[in-house]
Design a protein around this ligand. Structure first.
Ligand SMILES: [Zn+2]
Length: 282
């Protein structure tokens, strides 16, 4: 079930304005590092068109509920399902759907998550879909990396960015977590550190020996600010997984260990000893 409370505030305001002026584009590219807000905003838009409540979209009427639970005949989602690529076979059904009229509302919605994973063939199939001046369809590509979208695709879409929002909300979350403003400044762009921590997280779950190697590597290179960030980011990955009900038991266990690590850090246990404790007890 999608929760459109996660939808971007500025972005929904912008789209609502376009909707009221009948200026909704027929294709968008949502650039969102985490994709959560992007997806929620896409579903929010489908609800806006179909909601039967007074405050559109309310998220609670029958139409909204069907859309948010993935059971509306005019709303389609294609995603990579954890695979490395999005193939033409996954995009093709959309082309078939394209020739049909909306079943119930006055627009159909095609959402493509993980659009950076589209293969060349899938991209080309999509081009036709974006080109053909078609039936009332709104296609929304959602990606975490705008640079991996073919320029030919990009140029046919209206781009809506969720990136600033990510930076702002990350900053305030880190302040809340106990980092000082100076430390946040020192961290700068956290993209590569996030990636490194994500690998560690995956290795932990695979019970891969590399986890320990990576932990040592992180410990060698990490300033105090980075150390705090590592634990912060491991926790956010856990919370994201809990949110999506992935591996609930294991994730909860890891979260318990991370809270233990927080306590160890405040009593001056070294970073590497905390990581050691984490890897060996998980
Ligand atoms: Zn509604």
């Amino acid at each position: 079930m999608i929760d459109f409370k996660n939808a971007g505030k500025e972005q929904t305001e912008f789209l609502k304005d376009a909707f009221l002026h009948k200026k909704i584009a027929h294709s968008y590219l949502f650039v969102d590092p985490m994709q959560v807000k992007g997806i929620a905003t896409a579903y929010w838009l489908a609800c806006l068109f179909n909601c039967t409540g007074e405050n559109k979209p309310d998220g609670t009427c029958n139409e909204c509920q069907r859309i948010l639970s993935g059971n509306h005949p005019d709303v389609f989602l294609v995603d990579s399902d954890g695979k490395k690529t999005l193939s033409i076979d996954q995009v093709r059904p959309l082309k078939q759907e394209l020739s049909k009229s909306p079943v119930e509302g006055n627009r159909r919605f095609f959402f493509i998550k993980d659009a950076e994973k589209l293969t060349l063939a899938a991209n080309n199939a999509l081009l036709n879909l974006l080109e053909e001046p078609v039936a009332p369809v709104v296609t929304i590509l959602i990606t975490n990396n705008e640079n991996q979208i073919l320029p030919t695709v990009r140029s046919r879409t209206q781009i809506i960015s969720f990136e600033n929002e990510k930076i702002d909300s990350l900053k305030s979350a880190l302040l809340e977590y106990g980092l000082t403003a100076d430390e946040i400044e020192e961290l700068g762009n956290t993209d590569s550190l996030e990636q490194e921590v994500k690998y560690l997280y995956q290795e932990l779950f695979e019970h891969n020996d590399l986890a320990l190697v990576r932990a040592y590597h992180l410990a060698q290179s990490a300033s105090l600010a980075k150390q705090k960030f590592v634990f912060y980011w491991l926790k956010s990955l856990c919370l994201q997984d809990l949110d999506q009900h992935n591996n609930v038991q294991q994730v909860s266990h890891l979260l318990d260990l991370l809270i233990q690590c927080d306590k160890m850090q405040t009593s001056n246990v070294s970073f590497i000893n905390c990581l050691d404790y984490l890897v060996l007890n998980f």
